[in-house]
Write a protein that binds this ligand. Structure first.
Ligand code: MG
Ligand code: MG
Length: 302
């Protein structure tokens, strides 16, 4: 197991919250270039992909982010304005979809169209909702409920998740990532994070077990594959940069594995561990919004 590195000089709670939000955005921007490519295709084109270049199937500008980051920001704004209110969250997501985002997952679209039709913020439980779309945007929940009781965190996770994803695997995976971020913000060790929420998840749903004989490559949008990739990238590397590079070079839904690995690793290693060349590349307006929200959501939790 990787040992915990020496703490960066400015590893305060706010540095770790900023690390989580900026980590989400840089992971999204880094991974989007290679989304839907196989590891073999990535290796042929980039060797090891480790720079924020834009392009990819969405033809992004360098430093542009996708739905993973923009849905998180919209969720955070809704929480700051209205608290943990499912209808306000659904309306915020719907407004986001009306503004024609650069990308949108099928399950998210289906859920938001149901909300428009029925005015019901939460959908019925469905086996088709086991995608990673609720998990990728859980960071505002982790920040806003930091220090809250476990059942309150679990309730808040579902308030936002069930707008588009109502599924036991999605709920369990999203809660696990939320708790991982919160423990990292509170300076837990890697071993504590592994033995707490991650082993708890695998005990309940063995499909999430990772580090099997063959590491996972080309993870699709299924929450189980996404999180197995993220767990391997986070627990088997020793720095923020290595974690994100490892996650996105597995290919597949790489902007989302990058985003989720980025929020966890950013919370764990802190803002100072994010490579300057990545931050310099990140879209300025997105960076500003991430910074403002990290602080405001943390304040709202106190
Ligand atoms: Mg995306
Ligand atoms: Mg994606």
């Amino acid at each position: 197991m990787t040992t915990r590195p020496a703490l960066a000089p400015n590893n305060s709670l706010s540095s770790r919250a900023l690390g989580a939000y900026l980590g989400l955005a840089v992971g999204d921007a880094l991974g989007a270039t290679v989304e839907f490519m196989t590891p073999r295709e990535i290796a042929a084109e980039f060797g090891r992909h480790r720079e924020i270049l834009g392009a990819g199937w969405l033809k992004l500008k360098p430093g542009q982010v996708t739905d993973d980051t923009t849905m998180s920001l919209v969720l955070g704004e809704a929480i700051l304005a209205h608290g943990m209110d499912a209808r306000a969250i659904a309306q915020a997501f719907d407004g986001w979809m009306r503004a024609k985002p650069v990308d949108i997952g099928n399950t998210v679209r289906r859920g938001l169209l149901r909300f428009r039709r029925s005015d019901e913020p939460h959908g019925q439980e469905s086996e088709y909702d086991a995608g990673n779309g609720a998990c990728m945007r859980t960071l505002p929940i982790a920040l806003a409920t930091l220090g809250a009781a476990d059942d309150e965190v679990a309730w808040a996770v579902k308030q936002q998740a069930h707008v588009t994803h109502h599924n036991a695997l999605s709920d369990a995976g999203t809660l696990c990532v939320t708790r991982m971020v919160q423990m990292a913000l509170q300076q837990a060790t890697l071993a504590e994070i592994l033995h707490g929420p991650v082993h708890g998840l695998i005990e309940q749903y063995p499909a999430f077990a990772f580090r099997r004989k063959k590491t996972i490559s080309n993870p699709g949008g299924y929450i189980v594959d996404t999180l197995r990739c993220v767990f391997e990238a986070f627990f088997d590397t020793g720095s923020f940069e290595d974690c994100l590079v490892e996650a996105v070079n597995r290919g597949g839904d790489a902007d989302t594995t990058g985003a989720i690995a980025g929020m966890i690793a950013g919370a764990y290693y802190g803002e100072d561990a994010i490579p300057t060349r990545w931050l310099n590349c990140l879209d300025d307006l997105i960076e500003r919004r991430c910074r403002q929200q990290a602080v405001a959501l943390l304040d709202s939790s106190r």
